[in-house]
Design a protein. Structure first.
Length: 128
């Protein structure tokens, strides 16, 4: 549903699909249910590498591990070997995608998250 006062000329648009756009980024990032958050976390890891995640989570980077704080719990996460995918499944199994999404949002702002998800801001001035 589109809010009555929404300016349709200003929105977030997916880089690779002009049909995929978001008017309210805060609502998009924060107001979903557990399944929505799980999908957003999956979209995040599909669009970003492990180093970006560790940076966004403000992890302490050590030689072979990074230490990430989830609430009041410090978690040691091994860096993936060169050329290998990170073991997201371990984190997902322990914390769940929804919680991982919430933890990411606690560390970075909505505009940054929208760009991490592959969206860019479109406004009337940019289209002119």
């Amino acid at each position: 549903m589109i809010p009555a006062q929404a300016d349709l000329n200003e929105h977030w648009q997916q880089r690779n699909d002009s049909r995929d756009w978001v008017l309210d980024a805060d609502n998009y990032c924060y107001d979903g249910d557990e399944f929505d958050k799980a999908q957003l976390f999956q979209d995040y890891i599909d669009n970003n590498d492990f180093e970006q995640w560790a940076t966004d989570m403000q992890a302490d980077m050590l030689s072979a591990i990074c230490i990430v704080t989830f609430g009041s719990t410090d978690v040691s996460v091994l860096y993936p070997d060169q050329g290998e995918e990170p073991n997201w499944q371990w984190l997902i199994d322990v914390f769940g995608q929804s919680r991982l999404w919430d933890e990411l949002l606690a560390h970075i702002d909505t505009d940054t998250m929208m760009t991490r998800l592959g969206y860019h801001w479109v406004s009337e001035e940019e289209e002119a």
